[in-house]
Design a protein around this ligand. Structure first.
Ligand code: CA
Length: 298
């Protein structure tokens, strides 16, 4: 049972540098965010179609919540405890959207049952693996639509942002200002058609303020890996940002020379595509945590 509930009446469509919190909680609090799907719950049946996706109006996030004591130069750690999805999800084909958007002749909608640990897509049964598409903090300046990812987080559409994993987000503004939404019951790396199984959900998490943890962009910790998540206009540019951070991390944690850290990253790290379909593209540089634990031979 969470200490705080954030209702889905509290929606934002952009992460603003100076947005006002709807709630302020102490570090260490447990919260449940009630979230709507990427289309705001407007699609209920296969006959409801979407002709075009306006990234300035999709992916509403629930929040923001301020964390007491959070100040620029620190980070928020969000421990994702559980994600309960609605009993159905929506998948869209939209002309112009996704990797093959130009080949989509007319819009298509599929509303699929989500039950137990499965998603049922026609005769296919897929493993249900709920993930958070949009999660972020107030940016350093300006306003960033919830459809766009960035150093503040936002629409990262990264399948590993899920229960059992911890996400560190930079704090750029007092309180951090955490908001989240856009849950997918299942999605592959790339999100090639531009949607996952889009669901309303309840996200159970705990939030901690980590002082003096000056990360530049989101960092995900899973039981086995650290993942640095970067977004940019191209895959190559996003990969460069993520790898730069990872190599710097290795230099600092192992006191390695740059060349050695660079070579080690080449041997041990994977660069994975998170999504190829949003206004900026997202990749993550992933390293087995064994290479970070002290005393481990490498
Ligand atoms: Ca999304």
């Amino acid at each position: 049972m969470s200490q705080y509930a954030v209702s889905k009446e509290n929606l934002i469509y952009s992460f603003d540098a100076h947005m006002n919190p709807i709630l302020t909680v102490p570090s260490g609090s447990s919260l449940t965010f009630h979230t709507v799907d990427a289309l705001g719950g407007q699609i209920k049946q296969d006959a409801d179609t979407v002709d075009a996706l306006d990234f300035s109006k999709v992916n509403p996030a629930t929040g923001p919540v301020a964390v007491e004591g959070a100040e620029p130069g620190g980070a928020l750690r969000i421990d994702i405890l559980d994600i309960e999805t609605d009993s159905y999800g929506v998948i869209l084909a939209v002309p112009g959207l996704g990797v093959l958007g130009n080949a989509v002749q007319f819009p298509g909608t599929k509303v699929v049952p989500v039950g137990g640990d499965r998603v049922f897509f026609d005769s296919f049964s897929l493993k249900k693996q709920p993930m958070i598409g949009v999660i972020g903090t107030a940016p350093a300046s300006g306003s960033i639509a919830c459809g766009t990812p960035g150093d503040h987080g936002g629409n990262m559409d990264t399948r590993d942002i899920r229960a059992g994993h911890s996400l560190y987000l930079p704090v750029f503004q007092p309180g951090g200002q955490l908001a989240m939404g856009d849950v997918h019951a299942a999605m592959g790396d790339g999100e090639v058609c531009g949607t996952g199984v889009e669901c309303g959900a309840k996200i159970h998490c705990s939030v901690h303020h980590i002082p003096s943890f000056p990360i530049r962009r989101p960092l995900l910790v899973t039981p086995t890996e650290i993942q640095i998540i970067a977004s940019a206009e191209t895959v190559e540019a996003a990969a460069k940002l993520a790898v730069e951070d990872l190599v710097e991390h290795l230099v600092l944690t192992h006191a390695l020379a740059f060349n050695d850290a660079y070579m080690l990253a080449s041997l041990a790290a994977d660069v994975r595509i998170s999504q190829l379909v949003d206004p900026l593209l997202t990749v993550r540089a992933c390293l087995d945590r064994r290479y970070l634990d002290s005393g481990t031979s490498i």
